[in-house]
Design a protein around this ligand. Sequence first.
Ligand SMILES: CC(C)(COP(=O)(O)OP(=O)(O)OC[C@H]1O[C@@H](n2cnc3c(N)ncnc32)[C@H](O)[C@@H]1OP(=O)(O)O)[C@@H](O)C(=O)NCCC(=O)NCCS
Length: 244
Amino acid sequence: MPASRALAARLAALFGQSGIVTHETSLGEAGEPLYDEEAALVANFSEKRRREFVAGRRCARRALADLGITDFPLLAGPDRAPLWPGAVVGSITHTEVGAGGYCGVAVAHRRLVAGLGVDAEPRQPLSPELWPRVLDAEEGRAALAAAEPGVWARLIFSAKEAVYKAIYPLCRRFLDFPDVHIQVLPRYGHFLAEFVGAARSIAPAGSLVGRFLADDELLIATVLLPASGSPLAQEGLSLHHVPC
Ligand SMILES: CC(C)(COP(=O)(O)OP(=O)(O)OC[C@H]1O[C@@H](n2cnc3c(N)ncnc32)[C@H](O)[C@@H]1OP(=O)(O)O)[C@@H](O)C(=O)NCCC(=O)NCCS
């Protein structure tokens, strides 16, 4: 696994495609204040949640500005999913890691990308009590065969969260951990996500392909669903069409 990277280069390395704008920051970095509408959302948040939310909005603001969108309060629906501008898809993640924490955001124009999911986790073993809830039998066997079983299990957890964040805004459908099966391809830094049981209708024709990064501090999983007909759909990285 690669050594630790500069804070602000991880998502860019993972997406590595023109048209996907990424911004990363630590959780404590000072920045512009929230819009009043955003501040109202966090009025009753704990200090930890407020710090995460503020960092996410700060990154999102910078990313949207790179797409030419300014003065846009990024609110959230009752399901917590961010309400991006109509022409944009995006995803936010934050996690307590190291001294300052980590926050990352990816955004893209909807004409290029139908869905984006990013999820960051500390490079720490997934608690053994969570294995039965998060992993199916095959995922569990793969984790046990890995050099660091707990970290592998955490990576599967992160991959499922990234799949959920990419799919939910498209399909408005809750997915639980057993609804998605992950196969990690460590040599390539990729994973395959296959929908299981009733969730198979989301992608009857095949698997999504995600990318991951593991350094000495963080695990980050990403999913990109190209918009049908977009140049990214030619790269064979993921499904071209997600019928929800
Ligand atoms: C939504 C969820 C995935 C967030 O993951 P997390 O590890 O708690 O936190 P992260 O920091 O990585 O991500 C949080 C951000 O995700 C985004 N988010 C929350 N709900 C979302 C949703 N339904 N769809 C897309 N993005 C969502 C928000 O931007 C949130 O940050 P914010 O509230 O500050 O804006 C998780 O809390 C959850 O509800 N999981 C249950 C569903 C699931 O994971 N299924 C897996 C099987 S596929």
